[in-house]
Structures are given as C-alpha cells and as structure tokens.
Design a protein around this ligand. Structure first.
Ligand SMILES: [Zn+2]
Length: 466
C-alpha cells in the first residue's frame, strides 16, 4: 500500500509544510537504495546535503519524518548524455525545457554534449556562452562536455581548466558541419593531455568507410543495413588500442552492437579504463519490432535486433556495461520527416529524456535487474565518469541531497503530449511502462512534487572535480 500523496517538504517558495533554509527533515521508506543495497531506512537532509542515512528508528528526536512507505528513495539520476541545443538552436531544445523534463524523470544532474548548440562547445568562449545561457533556467544541475574537433586543439587546455566533465569526439560525421570527425591524428594529439588530467574521452564509436552505400533509406531495415556492426567494430578497435597506448580513460557512448561487449569485458579484467555506455532505446526496442515508416526511431548507431537487445542486457546485468545515458537528442518535429518517412533526411536522435528510469526498469526488472544495480548504472557510475562523485550519484552522508522518489510498481502509458521536453515527440509514445517518478529533490529542494515544478528553479552549473 502506498501512502496518500503527502505534503511536500522542501517545496520552493514554501508555505505550509515547506522547508525553511537550514531545516532538517527525514524521508523514510521500506526501500532506501544506497551502494550497500536496498533496505528500510531514512535519509536525513540538512540544508542542501545528506546528513545521514539511518535505520528508520534512528532518526533523532525533533527531526520531522515523512514516511513514504513502499515508494523507493533513490539517488537522483545522473544523465551523462544529453544534447541541449541552447544557445543557437534553442528552438530544438533549451535549458528550461530540458531540465524540467529531467526533473520529471528523477534526473537531478545532466551533462550536456558539446553539440548541437551554436556555437558548438569547442572553445572556451562557447563554453562560457553555454554557461551564461543556462543561468537562471535550470531545474536540475548541469555539467558540460567540451568537443574535440580538428583545428581547435589549442582550446582543449583552457576548456579542461574551466572544468568540463569530459571531452567528446566523433569518429564519423556528426550531422553538423561545424563539428567534424576527429581522426586518429587528432586523438593522438589530445590523449596525452587527457591522460595527464584523468579526464575521459567520450567517443561516438562508428567509423564509416569512404564510399559507404548511399542508397535511399526508406525503412528501419534500410537504416540498420546502412549502419552495420562493422562500423562500430572498427571504431571500438581503434579506441581500445589508443586507450592501452595512452593509459587514458576512454568511454564509448551509446554502444548498440552487443558482439563488442567482450572487448570491454577484457579491458575490465585487465584493470584498464575503457568503459561503455548504452541507452534505454537499445535496451527497450528492437529493429524487427519497429514500424518501418517511423523515423522517430532513427539514431546512430541504429537500434539493432532483439538478439542484440538480449545480449546488451547480459552486459548490463553482468557488470560489463558501465552507464546508461538517455542520449536525448531532440529536433523540431519537421526535421524527423514523419509524413514522408524519409529516414535519409530525418535527423538522428531519440527524444525521451525523462523516461530512462521507467523504460530501463520495465525492460530490466523481469530480467533480474535490481534496484541496487540500477542505481550504479544511472547514478553512481555516471557521477564517477564525469568527475562529480565527490558530491553526486549516491545516497551517502556529505553528498548533495539529490533524491528521486519513485514507485516501481506504478503502471502507466506514455502520452508524448504530456512529456516535458521542448517538442512532444517520442518513440516511446503509447508504450506501457512500469515505474513512476513522484518527486525529485535537487540539493534538498523539491524540483518536482505533486505533479508541479518548483516556481523558482534552483539548478546550478557544475564543474568537474580536479
Ligand atoms: Zn549523443
């Protein structure tokens, strides 16, 4: 039995039941998820921080306790893969809408990719423009990546000094002229600097050979055939080699080809820092189950087969896959060319920033995914990757009070019109999911509660811990 929706503590601009600065309060539940497991407990919040995680009966007298019953108290999600297109392409997605969607999905920190804003984040000036554009608009905390592109190598050191969470490179065409692919030569120039700083390279791992087929792409099957596994294999082989040579953290983003998992497994066995992300859409959808005429599903690498999905799940459950990020990559609906089902011209990217938790839980729980493993994948490991683990990603004393309160048993159906990112389009539209986010705290403040966003967003921009 769930309790009735309780009054919300920590509501911004709070009247009755709200938190005043410095007030301590506790949230109790039968399932508090810490790195030690899911167990009955209480999280004591003091201002912006977690003061302690204790047994329910050990909350000190005088600290008001709200009992959340069976609702899960979970670390706020760290989505280390989000494309916010502000400034310059705010009509695709902006900080206000993206971070509200994040709060709606229990995501308390997101890390913004260096494309597809304009300018792209490949110079210090562009990073500063991003940070300025974000100010005052954030419902959750936001960190930033820098981009590595040919001819901008001189900007890398200033960007690292400014506290970017990582450096992103494409090994193939990014879809944006101003963000060209990095060649092995550029990677070799950059990696010693990243190794010295301990900052990860994040790589879009596909190498598309010159003269690759350019036949019209009209269906999901055509798109799958146009981006075969060997593109991912060639890129991962190069990254694996460079990671060994430079002893640098390398994170392969959005792996779709499950046959490459042994490469990452071997690296882990050898204690090397070659890590890997996959995305909710690769764990939920399968090519043979998709409508051919629906470019909402277009992304790169493509959503592969049900057999791939099964093996990716083995990688998730077996500890080979390190992180799950949404790769929310939005665009205006017209750019998806839905009327003509033109997969060739459609912008590549899946929209679903706020759905990571229920999508992964819906597909994963029947396969044996535990709450504790899920917290590693969507909070703890992404915080470690992005240099935020000293204050984010875990329910532990001293960490920011970033909390996601959710009901893993709640069943609901996605209505894209009710989502919060800028354009209410998503391939998850109409899908039945299990697990619903009920309340999101960002540094002790309620960013979302009772179906309402805070009227005074308190998100901040973040920098990587040196
Ligand atoms: Zn991406």
């Amino acid at each position: 039995m769930n309790p009735a929706v309780p009054p919300v503590r920590g509501a911004a601009g709070a009247g009755e039941g709200g938190r005043r600065d410095g007030e301590r309060f506790a949230l109790a539940s039968r399932r508090v998820v810490t790195p030690d497991g899911a167990a009955p407990g209480a999280v004591i919040v003091d201002g912006e921080r977690i003061a302690a995680v204790v047994a329910p009966q050990d909350v000190p007298a005088g600290v008001p306790v709200e009992d959340l019953g069976d609702w899960v108290i979970f670390p706020g999600l760290i989505d280390a893969h989000v494309h916010i297109n502000e400034p310059g392409r705010t009509e695709w997605e902006g900080f206000a809408t993206a971070t509200q969607a994040a709060a709606a999905g229990g995501v308390t920190t997101l890390v913004d990719m260096p494309l597809n804003s304009s300018p792209v984040t490949t110079t210090l000036a562009a990073l500063q423009a991003k940070q300025a554009a974000a100010t005052g608009q954030l419902s959750v905390d936001v960190g930033f990546y820098a981009g590595l592109v040919p001819g901008r190598f001189d900007q890398l050191e200033p960007l690292l000094d400014a506290g970017v969470c990582g450096v992103k490179a494409f090994l193939c065409d990014s879809g944006l002229e101003e963000f060209p692919a990095a060649t092995e030569q550029e990677l070799r120039a950059a990696l010693p600097l990243l190794a010295e700083r301990g900052v990860p390279l994040l790589a879009h791992a596909e190498i598309v050979p010159h003269g690759a087929a350019t036949e019209p792409i009209r269906t999901a099957a055509d798109w799958l055939a146009a981006r075969p596994v060997q593109f991912e294999r060639a890129a991962v082989a190069l990254l694996d080699r460079l990671q060994q040579e430079f002893a640098v953290p390398v994170h392969v983003v959005h792996l779709a080809a499950s046959e490459l998992l042994p490469v990452f497994e071997a690296a882990k066995r050898q204690g090397r820092t070659l890590t890997v992300e996959t995305c909710p859409h690769y764990l939920f959808f399968a090519a043979e189950e998709m409508a051919d005429a629906d470019p909402r599903f277009k992304c790169a690498p493509p959503i592969r087969t049900a057999a791939d999905r099964d093996r990716l799940w083995e990688g998730v459950l077996g500890g080979v896959i390190d992180t799950i990020g949404s790769d929310h990559s939005p665009c205006p609906p017209a750019m998806k060319h839905l009327e003509t089902a033109d997969w060739q011209r459609a912008w590549g990217g899946v929209m679903g920033l706020e759905l990571t938790l229920p999508v992964v839980w819906t597909a994963g729980e029947p396969r044996g995914l535990t709450l504790t493993r899920l917290a590693e994948l969507v909070a703890q490991r992404p915080a470690e990757l992005t240099g935020l683990a000293h204050r984010k990603g875990r329910l532990a004393p001293g960490c920011d009070a970033d909390l996601c309160i959710w009901d893993p048993a709640a069943q609901w159906t996605v209505d894209a019109a009710q989502l919060h990112h800028r354009h209410r389009l998503s391939p998850y539209d109409g899908h039945a999911l299990r697990g619903r986010v009920l309340r999101t705290y960002v540094r002790g403040n309620v960013a979302l509660g009772g179906g309402q966003f805070s009227e005074s967003p308190t998100g901040q921009t973040l920098t990587r811990s040196p």
